[in-house]
Design a protein around this ligand. Structure first.
Ligand code: PMP
Length: 387
């Protein structure tokens, strides 16, 4: 089988797997316990936090370990909104976009039901939000802007550094970035970002671990209540093997970033150019530099062809792909593509290909061949349906 769904999850990097195994076996004591084994586990967690803070140029106290990006996004958004509500009687206003991952989008929708004002900004045909629209949406009660770095369905890159600069002049508005699909792929500068989300299993780390960078000046209200772990922001026994493995995965993906990107850009170009030649296909992702080079999204142009059908035809040829984020895979129409194209047919017949440094040019040649075959099959099935 050939797997092209690396945005949904990645295999553990061998060095991370070793770290996970060794620490699970040896460092099992609770790092909050006041005995020698607890102290050692705690020391290893704090060393990892320091290593991470050096890589990301933040303070160790600004690194909050969570169970993954879904929790980090909820903590950032709900945590900031609740703090605002405690401090002022004004209705909080949050600015986000129509293309966020469901862990941001549905969290914001939940808050709408609780009386919070949310603006979901539209995007252009490349899936990119404009700075001008953000500037225009700002109100006196705006207290948070949440925009992802790289869209998980199309790879479209959002102008987070420009948004950060715009918001620099408005320190009362927190800026949150869901960095899950951009980390280890694109250059990152956290100076103008107040809250930053990352997930382990998208970068060769384990599932069930992630982090939220919470800058010193940001006041969040925790989602859960219990112990004092993670500055009281995230109670619960620290996942020691998870933390150590996550930091290992981050170090590896950070140090190999540029080299990996060169390889992925070549693969992206090869696949994109071949798919563009197929008349029944429409490309949804823009090309780099507007898109990250590990994602290509396209749709079948004809009516009555669903993503599920295309995925199953490819699966018969041993090709594993998806259409949307695994967290929205039950929806028939892609919300992200609807926001970009406003076209129901294209939004319900999309395929997302996502790549990894281990993918070879031969793999993508077979992929392109299988997609051509799939188109051929769909066309002949449609012809019979019309007879
Ligand atoms: N944000 C983005 C952009 C994602 O792609 C994902 C994973 N589909 C998440 C958040 C959620 O990540 P996790 O699985 O760590 O909760």
């Amino acid at each position: 089988k050939l797997y092209f769904d690396y945005c949904a999850s990645t295999p553990l990097h061998p060095k991370v797997a070793e770290q996970l195994f060794c620490t699970s076996e040896q460092l099992y004591a609770n790092p909050s316990s006041v005995h020698e084994m607890g102290f050692e586990a705690n020391q290893r967690v704090e060393e990892s936090r320091e290593r991470l803070s050096t890589i990301l140029h933040v303070e160790p106290s600004e690194v909050i370990f969570t169970s993954g990006a879904t929790e980090s996004n909820n903590l950032a958004i709900i945590g900031a909104v609740r703090t605002w509500m405690k401090k002022t009687s004004q209705t909080p206003h949050v600015i986000s976009t129509q293309i966020e991952h469901s862990s941001v989008f549905n969290c914001c929708k939940q808050l709408v039901g609780e009386g919070v004002e949310i603006t979901f900004l539209p995007v252009d045909h490349n899936g990119i939000v404009s700075i001008a629209s953000i500037e225009k949406a700002i109100q006196v009660n705006t207290m948070l802007v949440s925009v992802m770095h790289v869209n998980n369905e199309t790879g479209s890159i959002q102008p987070i550094h420009e948004i950060g600069k715009l918001l620099r002049a408005k320190p009362h508005i927190y800026f949150h970035v869901d960095g899950v699909q951009g980390f280890g792929k694109l250059a990152l500068e956290l100076d103008d970002i107040d809250l930053y989300t990352l997930s382990g299993h998208k970068i060769g780390g384990p599932k069930g671990i992630g982090l939220l960078i919470v800058k010193e000046h940001v006041e969040l209200t925790p989602l859960f209540f219990g112990g004092e772990q993670e500055n009281g922001l995230r109670p619960g026994t620290t996942n020691v093997p998870g933390v150590l493995s996550l930091v290992e995965a981050i170090e590896i993906s950070y140090s190999e970033r540029e080299e990996k990107m060169q390889g992925l850009t070549v693969l992206h170009d090869l696949v994109y150019s071949k798919l563009e030649e197929i008349p029944e296909i429409i490309m949804n992702s823009p090309r780099p530099p507007l898109s990250a080079p590990h994602i290509i999204n396209f749709s079948y142009k004809g009516t009555g062809v669903t993503s599920a059908l295309l995925i199953s035809i490819l699966a018969k040829q041993g090709i594993i792909v998806s259409s949307q984020s695994a967290c929205s895979s039950t929806a028939k129409t892609s919300r992200v593509l609807m926001a970009m194209t406003n076209d129901e047919i294209l939004s319900s017949s999309s395929i997302r290909l996502s790549f990894h440094e281990s993918v070879t040019p031969d793999d993508v040649r077979y992929l392109v061949h299988s997609i051509s075959h799939m188109i051929h099959q769909v066309k002949s099935q449609n012809k019979f349906a019309l007879l």
